[in-house]
Design a protein around this ligand. Structure first.
Ligand code: ADP
Ligand code: MG
Length: 392
């Protein structure tokens, strides 16, 4: 090697890795580089999850099972083994996972890294201690752990996380699968959106999610279920369903509280129209509920689940509404229910406060959309609900 080439090599080394005074030898630097690339070896994940032992299984979603594990440095992880139905090649998977690992926000679960080994593709997430909202909210013996403050914080946090995915992350990300089991709660009860980016990892498979959840999980926007129209507004719809579930403690997919309502969404809308929206509140919230906030969240939820995607608010608007004191909001129009057609509502250009469907009363403003204003009356209101006939 010529002298000048040697010099050049040394210069590049110094430039790339800093001076040797740092105490790093090249091996260390290689390790650091690998960590930055966030690649895990398969052996590491086998050891961490005790060879994907069934006892470590956290759950089984449509994209594959998730296992709890522990890394040698003590960090708890959740490893998602992607199902083989993605025909994405190894290189594409690695590229997408690398991009997703750059997605970082307080309200989005941290993707620590990924692994491609033979036909296996795995994603490695930080383990989030309280696991998912569904494991608390829909369990009668655990739902009281979610008092109103926690539920309100979940609503606000998920809204911010979704806004980030829609507008601020490096790549615009439509989540496509917002639901209670994809919202995790950390040790401080901060909500974290999980499973983002599945659309990027299963790109060839538009129908995958459709067949998996259409009509069964109750979170999908009608225009997406029926026509495959996917936009941020589909996430807004799912967010609205989640909000109404958090307030009622009821799963939309197995709703059977009221014979006159087809679904949780329909029930919430009908109560709202009668000015009795607070009756949908989960009775366990009675002691902790701030009724102004509950009523505002019901109205936000109803605005998000409107049939016409164009008049659903953006996540940006939802975050702005939540950051302000309860104020006058527009009237929600009918919820979108897959299978039913929606009427496009006509509203005057430039107006954001009149979105009622024709023939329906537009008289409810935020302030008049509920009857009870104090905690004690809320208690009474929600107790009434227990007497409702159950649908067989
Ligand atoms: N990072 C994580 N930390 C803790 N629990 C997790 C984590 N990721 C997933 N889980 C749990 O594993 C379950 C299964 O996950 P997933 O495969 O995404 O299915 P789904 O979200 O459809 O239930 C989740 O609902 C959640 O309870
Ligand atoms: Mg999930």
């Amino acid at each position: 090697m010529t002298k000048s080439k040697n010099f050049l090599n040394n210069f590049i080394k110094t430039f790339r890795f800093g001076s040797s005074k740092d105490g790093h030898n090249e091996e260390d630097l290689e390790k650091i580089a690998q960590q930055e690339q966030k690649v895990f070896t398969f052996e590491t994940l086998v050891a961490a999850t005790k060879d994907f032992h069934p006892d470590n299984k956290l759950g089984q979603g449509g994209f594959g099972p998730v296992y709890k594990g522990r890394l040698p440095d003590g960090r708890a992880i959740a490893v998602k083994k992607l199902s083989q139905s993605s025909s994405q090649g190894k290189k594409e998977f690695m590229n997408e996972a690398k991009l997703l690992a750059r997605v970082q926000h307080r309200n989005v679960v941290n993707l620590l890294g990924y692994c491609a080994h033979g036909g296996e593709k795995l994603l490695v997430y930080e383990y989030v201690v309280h696991e998912s909202v569904d494991k608390l909210l829909f369990k009668p013996d655990r739902r009281q752990e979610l008092d109103w403050k926690r539920r309100y914080d979940i609503i606000c946090g998920v809204a911010k996380g979704l806004l980030y995915l829609h507008e601020d992350s490096h790549n615009r990300i439509i989540h496509r699968d917002i639901k209670a089991s994809n919202i995790l709660l950390d040790d401080k009860w901060v909500p974290k959106i999980a499973d983002f980016g599945m659309a990027r990892l299963f790109p060839e498979d538009q129908t995958h999610v459709n067949t998996r959840v259409a009509g069964t999980n109750g979170y999908m926007a009608p225009e997406y279920v029926m026509h495959g129209h996917l936009s941020e507004k589909a996430d807004v719809f799912s967010f609205g369903v989640l909000v109404l579930e958090l307030i009622s403690g009821q799963r939309n997919s197995s709703f059977n509280l009221n014979v006159e309502a087809q679904s949780l969404l329909d029930w919430a809308y009908k109560l709202y129209k009668k000015g009795r929206s607070l009756e949908m509140m989960d009775p366990t919230l009675a002691p902790s509920a701030v009724t102004d906030q509950v009523a505002m969240c019901i109205q936000i939820g109803l605005l998000c689940i409107q049939g016409d995607p164009q008049i659903r608010p953006t996540m940006h608007r939802v975050v702005v509404i939540l950051s302000k004191k309860p104020s006058n909001l527009e009237e929600p129009t009918r919820p979108g229910i897959p299978g039913s057609r929606y009427r496009r509502s006509h509203r005057p250009a430039g107006s954001s406060s009149t979105a009622g469907t024709s023939g329906e009363s537009n008289s409810h403003t935020f302030g008049s959309s509920f009857t009870a204003t104090g905690t004690s009356s809320a208690t009474q209101v929600v107790q009434d609900r227990g007497k409702r006939p159950m649908e067989s």
